[in-house]
Ligand binder design. Structure first.
Ligand code: PFF
Length: 451
């Protein structure tokens, strides 16, 4: 079977950007910026992107492009041992696990899009009403599992049509749409009375809030937002032609992803502060605070619909990228057709997602050390498996394959890029070989509480 490939470099950029921009950039990034020092945190985050996110992204794409193979084949080719193949398989498994619970939360956003269209999200007088509405919906197994299956079915339809027609074309249509919706939200948000307070919350630098935990958070965010450590970028790199310029293809992804996070922050905090509310964190911000805001401002109905269109699109392009490594593995290693691989992986992610979906209702009390199934799989994968996957990628490139041959390979397609900027060559070598692995070990030790 001939390996699929991107039709154009722009197609790759849109697909990788679609993967990066997701729930992590939309609800997590703006909130942690506001909570952890505003502009001071943004600076820290940018440093983390430069020292760890960008070099790991380049390494993963390079591994994929060089081997033209799924992460398992890629790791075993360059690592030349069974152990490395298992490393590759671990990253695929991580992507698969992430896709299972990611689809549950994405299902809520789809459900909230339906709520917004039905006009149910702009009639709350008190924040308690919005909270009760959300608690009732998320406590209904029919609602959570129903939207989980609907969301995964949509992703399955995109994936069935393949790399070019499905992922590439889908991202090329959905990403510009996302930017348009986002711009409307930003303009409307900033024109609301009191919006400037929200912008202050986001951008005024508060250096005293830069604690060690803020540093770990900035590193973790840089990782998750670029979809690293879970086979996604290795797989997307494997659809890239050998002649393609890797650094030039990745720079727009990193910059635009950061821009989206900041723009969402401006839109959300302008809207929240204009209603005289204080922002809450994580899911509560989207599902509990924003509906109260939509109920109080003019244009509430349209803003609610637009906002949930935005989040749902972002979630679709991310979910498909988390499912694709496992699909590509089954096609490469088992010789299965795309159709059979897609159905199998999507069904598996759906099934594994059910206990996560039920963790908010009937399985709420099924816990281990006080953590529900959802808590366990999401924390385990995001906090441990993802950094381990990224660590394996830089270890493979910097030490096992060898930084010298790896760098020679990276220069294919990028000769002019490095000729014009010779200093970047040392930057990549040092970051891939030393800085990124050391910083990842720092995150892991920090999370284990060993430090
Ligand atoms: N980058 C996505 C986000 O920020 O929401 C999350 C993600 C998508 C992680 C796909 C991993 C992945 F494979």
């Amino acid at each position: 079977m001939k390996r699929e490939s991107w039709k154009s470099r722009i197609g790759f950029i849109f697909a990788a950007l679609g993967s990066a921009v997701g729930l992590g950039s939309i609800w997590r990034f703006p909130y942690i910026v506001g909570e952890n020092g505003g502009a001071a945190f943004i600076l820290l985050y940018l440093i983390c992107l430069a020292l760890i996110g960008f070099p790991v992204l380049i390494s993963e794409i390079l591994v994929g492009r060089t081997t033209q193979s799924s992460p398992a084949g890629a790791f075993s080719q360059l690592g030349r041992s069974k152990g490395w193949k298992w490393g590759g398989k671990l990253t695929i498994a991580t992507g698969f696990i992430v896709s299972s619970f990611y689809s549950v939360i994405a299902g809520w956003t789809l459900g909230y899009l339906v709520e917004a269209v039905l006009g149910n999200l702009h009639k709350f007088k008190l924040s308690d009403d919005a909270l009760v509405h959300f608690t009732n919906l998320s406590a209904s197994p029919l609602w959570t599992v129903g939207f989980h299956v609907l969301f995964i079915t949509i992703c399955c339809l995109v994936l069935l049509t393949g790399v070019r027609k499905g992922i590439e074309l889908g991202s090329k249509i959905m990403m510009p749409l996302l930017f348009m919706v986002l711009l409307i939200l930003v303009v409307k948000g900033m024109s609301l009375p009191g919006a400037s307070q929200g912008i202050n919350f986001l951008f005024s630098p508060r250096w005293d809030l830069l604690t060690p935990s803020a540093i770990a958070m900035a590193l973790g965010q840089a990782f998750f937002t670029l979809s690293l450590g879970q086979g996604t970028m290795v797989t997307y790199g494997s659809y890239l032609s050998q002649r393609e310029d890797i650094p030039r293809s990745c720079i727009p992804v990193v910059l635009l992803n950061t821009l989206v996070g900041l723009l969402v922050g401006i839109a959300v905090f302008s809207i929240v502060f204009s209603a005289g509310l204080t922002p809450s964190s994580g899911p509560a911000l989207i599902f509990e605070t924003l509906p109260v805001v939509f109920s109080q401002i003019s244009w509430g109905y349209s803003l609610a619909v637009l906002f949930f269109v935005l989040v749902t699109i972002a979630a679709i392009t991310s979910e498909i990228s988390a499912l694709e490594p496992a699909i590509s593995y089954l096609m490469d290693e088992k010789g299965w057709s795309r159709k059979r691989s897609t159905f199998t992986v999507a069904f598996g992610a759906f099934a594994l997602g059910i206990p996560s979906a039920l963790s908010f209702s009937s399985w709420k009390n099924v816990t281990l050390f006080g953590a529900t199934f959802y808590d366990i799989v999401s924390n385990l994968s995001v906090n441990f498996l993802v950094p381990i996957g990224g660590f394996l990628a830089v270890l493979l490139v910097g030490w096992r394959w060898g930084i010298q041959p790896a760098f020679e390979n990276l220069k294919t397609g990028s000769v002019s890029f490095f000729q014009d900027r010779p200093y970047l060559a040392s930057y990549f070598r040092v970051c891939i070989k030393y800085t990124a692995p050391i910083l990842i070990v720092f995150i892991l030790l920090n999370l284990l509480g060993l430090y």
